[in-house]
Design a protein around this ligand. Structure first.
Ligand SMILES: Nc1ncnc2c1ncn2[C@@H]1O[C@H](COP(=O)(O)OP(=O)(O)OP(=O)(O)O)[C@@H](O)[C@H]1O
Length: 316
């Protein structure tokens, strides 16, 4: 049984089909990046998982159950949807203690989770004075109170500075690798999650676009540098001498692997070859995401974005 299972989930708000027949799973010990441009349907999917929105059809399951059917939800799943619902006059520790009392958890969990998220020094400070990044950390502490094995985080990097983002990456990896947690983390920025996640699920306009292991989606790693010039072949010996592989891609076009664009440009300069094109070829994943986020007219699942995993729930 998967920790999280989204099965043929659909939800409309009036005429807007926010989520349309989406299926995927999240397994224990893994981090899944849930990616899509603004308005893609990520938050709606996560809200369905947490019982905050009722789907029109399909299912959103935690350990095989709807959230509302969980006997002890806080010990099974922790969620960070928005980091705004804190009483401004309360201290961070008091905020967590109130929640511990309400949930029947030992009050000591308040201090433990503040320590875990790096807020121990701010435990006695009023939340009203917290930065957005500190609120994000406090929200994460809230999610961790019941020591859940499943975490659902909506845009958790929002408001974190670069050091905070790096800390979050390490912390999520620790939760997945050492604690065996299943982590689902949404973002609209590919680069933000790319270094952290094992799996990726991409949606746009409610539709599932791609899903799979990050290693599969970025297969090949080096996608090469495309260089075009009337005398492109003159670059070949110089580039091959540096260990790069050079393939011909048609008249006057080469694809160079194992050398960065700068090295290809330098070779052209040294050889006195005039270039008409020099471009790093993007990975398939980058390309798909660029089309989704960079070109509003690009059709989701269109010719440029064929489904990698055709089977719904194919990551299971
Ligand atoms: N309660 C609601 N009432 C009406 N429309 C809604 C509601 N919630 C979401 N929508 C619409 O559903 C679509 C999907 O929204 P959703 O918030 O799920 O996307 P998202 O991927 O989380 O976007 P973002 O990254 O901007 O948060 C959007 O068109 C949004 O306007």
């Amino acid at each position: 049984m998967s920790a999280i299972e989204i099965r043929n989930l659909s939800k409309s708000f009036g005429a807007v089909r926010a989520v349309d027949d989406v299926s995927f799973t999240v397994e224990p010990g893994t981090i899944t990046g849930f990616l899509g441009p603004n308005g893609a349907g990520k938050t709606t999917t996560l809200r369905c998982l947490l019982g905050l929105v009722t789907p029109d059809s399909g299912q959103a399951l935690i350990n095989g159950h709807a959230y509302t059917g969980l006997a002890d939800p806080l010990s099974e799943v922790g969620a960070v949807l928005e980091a705004t619902n804190f009483h401004p006059g309360r201290t961070a520790r008091d905020h967590l203690k109130v929640l511990c009392t309400a949930a029947g958890l030992p009050a000591a969990r308040a201090g433990e989770t503040l320590e875990q998220v790096g807020l121990a020094d701010a435990a006695a400070k009023r939340v009203g004075g917290f930065s957005l990044g500190m609120r994000q950390r406090l929200a994460l502490a809230t999610a961790l109170l019941g020591t859940p094995k499943i975490l659902i985080l909506d845009e958790p990097s929002n408001g974190l500075d670069p050091a905070g983002i790096q800390w979050l990456r390490g912390f999520l990896r620790f939760l997945a690798d050492d604690q065996g947690c299943a982590v689902l983390v949404s973002s609209h920025v590919l680069a933000e999650v790319e270094q952290t996640v094992d799996h990726i699920v991409i949606i746009a306009r409610g539709h599932l676009i791609r899903q799979g292991a990050l290693s599969e989606l970025t297969a090949g790693g080096d996608n090469g540098v495309r260089v075009a010039a009337a005398q492109a072949e003159r670059l070949r010996p110089r580039l091959e001498a540096t260990g790069a592989t050079v393939e011909s891609a048609g008249d006057g076009v080469l694809v160079v692997r194992g050398a960065p664009p700068e090295a290809v440009g330098q070779a052209a300069l040294d050889e006195g070859v005039v270039l008409s094109e020099l471009v790093r070829q993007r990975s398939d994943l980058e390309q798909v995401f660029l089309e989704l986020t960079g070109d509003p007219a690009a059709p989701p699942g269109g010719a440029a974005a064929p489904a990698l995993t055709e089977t719904p729930g194919g990551t299971s």
